[in-house]
Design a protein around this ligand. Structure first.
Ligand SMILES: [Fe+2]
Length: 370
């Protein structure tokens, strides 16, 4: 069985789709945001259900579509634990596996290009990201890279795989598509026949230019590809309200929170956060609690301990209704309290479905599945 190999010409990035031929459950490695439509079409063409999006590392040269694929295709997001991609639902450690249908893929921690970089082993295939490239390897001079770690990952981990293992790189700039462990071990110009010291000297002498898109791509990729600069939505202002400080768009609330001016409090139930999704780092303090939606008797004390007197509090619920009640209560407690418009899931549409009309999630602010 072969993976589907897809190519993004702008960044020379390879994306891979793997699937179970019977159940049609699929997994995608290193998807690129500009190729979302192509990838969705590929899934449709092969009749696949996308179960997982997987990153080899936090990329500097393109933006991942992981968060968008989670939205559009229902996939779960997974990333190497040490890459700091906090929005990924599953944080992988060395040796961890993911399953799709009856297929299993295994994570191999191969630091060097970045400290968190991973390769993935599936059947007799290894997806090496920017660790092992065809007749090359990823650069090690920025983003927590280390030539010594790279040498160890290549010689002690990847080159210990069976020689016939197919190597599928994260990039190729010369039109090559695949190699084998045996071939790379014997002819790879960066590493074959070199001592550790020779390899380190070679890597340190490369003097490569800074990646073109790093300033834009890296922050977005640390949030599964969500771009906070997308449409300038955070320039919209505060709407005054009766009984509390005002209503704010989600993007503005997010900006205040990120700047340290406000505390973000999620007032939904534990069940909603667990089933629908949550915002990493937000204070979880239910206004009412499932079952029965009884008032949370500890709301006041919870709010007092979560919000310092000099900070604003921005309150998030499902659709921006419960959070109004919570904002009024917070105001009574002496806080400068704002309701986040549209909530996490937005308003219900004409079919009574949520998620299509506004909301934190639709506006592509960071969130994660429970
Ligand atoms: Fe990279």
């Amino acid at each position: 069985m072969q993976p589907l190999q897809l190519f993004d010409p702008a960044s020379s990035t390879y994306t891979y789709v793997l699937f179970d031929e019977t159940t049609r459950d699929a997994l995608i490695i290193d998807p690129v945001d500009d190729q979302l439509e192509r990838d969705m079409a590929t899934l449709r063409q092969y009749g696949l259900t996308l179960k997982w999006t997987l990153e080899t590392h936090a990329h500097a040269d393109h933006i991942t579509s992981a968060a968008q694929l989670a939205e559009h295709a229902g996939a779960k997001t997974a990333a190497p634990k040490a890459c700091g991609i906090e929005t990924a639902a599953v944080q992988l450690s060395d040796g961890d596996t993911l399953t799709f249908g009856r297929e299993t893929i295994q994570a191999l921690h191969t630091p060097g290009h970045t400290a968190g970089s991973m390769s993935y082993l599936w059947r007799a295939h290894v997806f090496t990201g920017d660790t092992l490239l065809i007749n090359g390897c990823g650069r090690t001079d920025f983003q927590s890279g280390s030539a010594r770690d790279m040498h160890r990952s290549l010689t002690e981990i990847l080159f210990k795989l069976p020689e016939q293992t197919t190597v599928w790189p994260g990039h190729d700039y010369h039109g090559r598509t695949q190699s084998t462990i045996g071939a790379e071990k014997s002819v790879n110009a960066r590493i074959a026949g070199k001592t550790l010291e020779e390899f380190v000297a070679l890597m340190e002498g490369l003097n490569l230019p800074k990646p073109r898109r790093i300033d834009e791509a890296l922050p977005a990729n640390l949030a599964s590809g969500v771009r906070h600069d997308a449409d300038g939505a955070d320039t919209e202002g505060v709407r005054t309200a009766a009984g509390y400080a005002g209503d704010v768009p989600a993007a503005l609330a997010y900006a205040w929170w990120q700047a340290g001016d406000a505390v973000l409090v999620d007032v939904r139930t534990d069940a909603e956060r667990e089933w629908v999704g949550f915002v990493p780092g937000a204070v979880a303090l239910a206004w009412k609690q499932w079952p029965g939606m009884a008032m949370n008797p500890h709301f006041d004390e919870g709010l007092r301990s979560a919000v310092p007197a000099h900070k604003k509090v921005v309150l998030l619920c499902r659709s921006g209704v419960r959070s109004i009640a919570a904002a009024k209560r917070a105001t009574e407690l002496g806080l400068q309290a704002y309701n986040i418009l549209e909530g996490f899931e937005g308003d219900s549409d004409t079919h009574a479905h949520r998620g299509n009309k506004g909301g934190w999630r639709l506006r592509e602010l960071p969130w994660r599945q429970g």
